[in-house]
Write a protein that binds this ligand. Structure first.
Ligand code: NDP
Length: 384
């Protein structure tokens, strides 16, 4: 097995599971971007054959940290693609953002069973990505807890029996804040997720609910579900991850602790189940499960994602690119919290020409992505 994004939150959780039964896995390659020291530690611990940092400036540090280990070190985009192409039975795609698209597609084209954490692949390039999955008969296993839950709840049910799939959202740290408080929210406050421990980008996406918007697009492509069959419900306890409404009135809900090791374990052992004793759910301790509709005024990102779903074309690519620019600017104190969705909306409104395009290659998608980022950066000072 290989882990792309091994030094991140999902990568570390994956390797935590792997480390519990080291003889069951042979680790082919681990990749990171800048954190060469941690990557080397993980590569040595899990006896990987190859370690790759995407950032060439971090290569010397990686080499130094791996001296005498017998583990090959490499850096840069070509090396990342090579790591993704190395024959493996299973790969975790956990690079953050559109940067994960090319390496993940490499693994898909190789026919390697792909555990997909990087939702941006489907948001930005869903149609092309799913075409490649079908063309190469690749097993694609969703890792996002909601989509893993949907897969578990839908397995064995014919598509026509499914009336609606509802993804749950915790509501993030600002669920109970008013608009003025949200306008003044600092990055440190947005990074304090009430239930989940995750990387910075997805944590900010969870605070704006853009994460749920991205997940609607992800579910649409993964499960070929029409937009009208997709819905979102706020569930602050993050115990129920998805509800599948059947046409006979039955509702199947998947529950687990808010810890990514459960969906990752499902993707690792699929179609079997791994024994993960510390992930047992104690519902008596949880006590109460509550549900509410998302507030459209406080969380406009959901409306934007639904508009993007309806628009089709390259709208997802533009939304994702503008959101990555906006989140980076917010974390850098160059953009207010509520302006994240504002910048995304402005970029979408100013890009009907890009949205109308039907790219046929990854290169064309990345050109649209780049142009959308450029437009978002141009609009940024005005929106800020
Ligand atoms: P993190 O920020 O924790 O980790 C990101 C990983 O990607 C790190 O290994 C990082 O390397 C690497 N990376 C960053 N930039 C690049 C680049 N340009 N090229 C190659 N590698 C890069 O993210 P998460 O683990 O939180 O999230 C990963 C993906 O999984 C995201 O798409 C997210 O939306 C999704 N996801 C995450 C969940 C979670 O609980 N964390 C839940 C569901 C989905 P380095 O650290 O060395 O810089």
């Amino acid at each position: 097995m290989t882990v792309l994004g091994a030094t991140g939150s999902i990568g570390e959780s994956t390797l935590d599971l792997v480390g519990r039964d080291p003889d069951a896995y042979e680790v082919i390659a681990l990749t990171g971007c800048k954190n060469a020291t941690r990557l080397a530690e993980l590569a040595i611990k899990h006896r990987a054959k190859l370690a790759v940092v995407a950032d060439p400036d971090c290569y010397a540090d990686l080499q130094e940290a791996l001296v005498g280990s017998g583990i090959a070190a490499a850096s840069g985009e070509k090396a990342l693609l090579e790591a993704a192409s190395r024959p493996a039975d299973w790969i975790m795609a956990a690079i953050v953002g559109a940067a994960g698209l090319k390496p993940t597609l490499r693994a898909v084209k190789q026919g390697t069973a792909t555990a997909l954490a990087n939702k941006e692949c489907l948001v930005s390039a869903g149609a092309l990505f799913m075409d490649e999955v079908a063309r190469h008969d690749t097993t694609l296993l969703p890792v996002d807890s909601e989509h893993s839950a949907a897969l578990q709840a839908m397995t064995g049910t014919p598509p026509e029996s499914i009336d609606r799939v509802c993804l749950t959202a915790s509501g993030g740290p600002f669920r109970t804040w008013d608009l003025q408080q949200m306008a003044d929210a600092e990055p440190a406050q947005a990074l304090k997720h009430p239930n989940w421990s995750m990387g910075a980008k997805v944590t900010i996406d969870s605070a704006t609910l853009m994460n749920k918007g991205l997940e609607l697009l992800e579910a649409h492509h993964l499960f070929a579900l029409a937009p009208k069959k997709l819905d979102v419900l706020v569930h602050p306890q993050s115990i129920v991850h998805c509800l599948v409404y059947m046409r006979d009135g039955a509702v199947l809900a998947q529950m687990s602790c808010p810890d990514m090791r459960t969906p990752i374990a499902y993707s690792l052992a699929w179609p079997n189940r791994m024994n993960v004793p510390d992930m047992r759910l104690d519902l008596a301790k949880v006590g109460t499960l509550t549900f509410e509709s998302p507030d459209p005024e406080k969380f406009p990102a959901l409306r934007l994602a639904k508009e993007v779903l309806a628009a089709g074309g390259s709208a997802g690519t533009v939304l994702n690119a503008a959101n990555e620019v906006a989140v980076e600017a917010f974390l850098d104190n160059r953009l207010g919290f509520l302006a994240i969705a504002g910048l995304v909306e402005t970029t979408l409104a100013g890009s009907p020409d890009l949205i109308a395009l039907s790219p046929q290659t990854v290169g064309e998608i990345l050109e649209i992505d780049e142009e959308a980022r450029r437009r978002a950066r141009v609009s940024l000072p005005r929106i800020a």
